[in-house]
Design a protein around this ligand. Structure first.
Ligand SMILES: [Zn+2]
Length: 185
């Protein structure tokens, strides 16, 4: 699950995001931090603007990044998702190194865990959350991923895709292997 975060909002490179996820944010350091007082959140990964990656939680353990959430009929997305925070401002654009590193990280995660889908926080908590937002380029991520094992938000429903796959194997002989593949795009 993809998020965006910056502390203070729109300022990059400071120590505050790290402090937040380590549970040691000085909420007096900036007036906007007062709203974060007592908040206990975590994420598995943070990808900074320069593409450097920080890991805070082992991917076999639960992190607290999704809040009240639901996806494909399952609630509490923290139970079965890896939270990746992109340093950025929700709705704004992200940096090229972030996309490159994100694609590598996702491929790596998909090899180690039964992860098949990448969604944004905004998709599992619509109305309540809006990150990473309109500035995140899902098509760009798709091009960089170079794998069809992961579905991105906005692509055809996974079950539909599996159906297409089955059809490809048992499909009409007059269309050998022609269908299915295009359905992934
Ligand atoms: Zn979020």
């Amino acid at each position: 699950m993809l998020h965006s975060i910056s502390l203070p909002a729109g300022e990059f490179g400071g120590p505050w995001v790290t402090d937040l996820f380590l549970g040691r944010l000085d909420t007096n350091a900036h007036e906007s931090f007062a709203a974060l007082r007592g908040l206990r959140v975590s994420a598995h990964f943070v990808i900074r603007r320069d593409g450097s990656v920080l890991q805070f939680v082992d991917t076999t353990r639960r992190a607290w990044h999704a809040g009240v959430s639901q996806w494909r009929g399952r609630a509490n997305c923290n139970d079965d998702s890896v939270g990746i925070e992109l340093e950025g401002l929700e709705g704004e654009r992200f940096e090229a190194p972030q996309y490159a590193v994100l694609a590598r990280l996702l491929r790596s995660l998909a090899r180690r865990h039964p992860i098949r889908e990448v969604v944004g926080h905004e998709h599992v908590a619509p109305g309540r959350k809006h990150d990473p937002g309109a500035g995140f380029d899902w098509q760009r991520l798709r091009r960089l991923l170079r794998t069809q094992r992961l579905w991105l938000h906005g692509e055809p429903d996974r079950s539909w895709g599996l159906k297409a796959q089955v059809m490809r194997h048992s499909g009409p002989v007059d269309h050998p292997g022609k269908h299915g593949r295009t359905h992934y795009r």
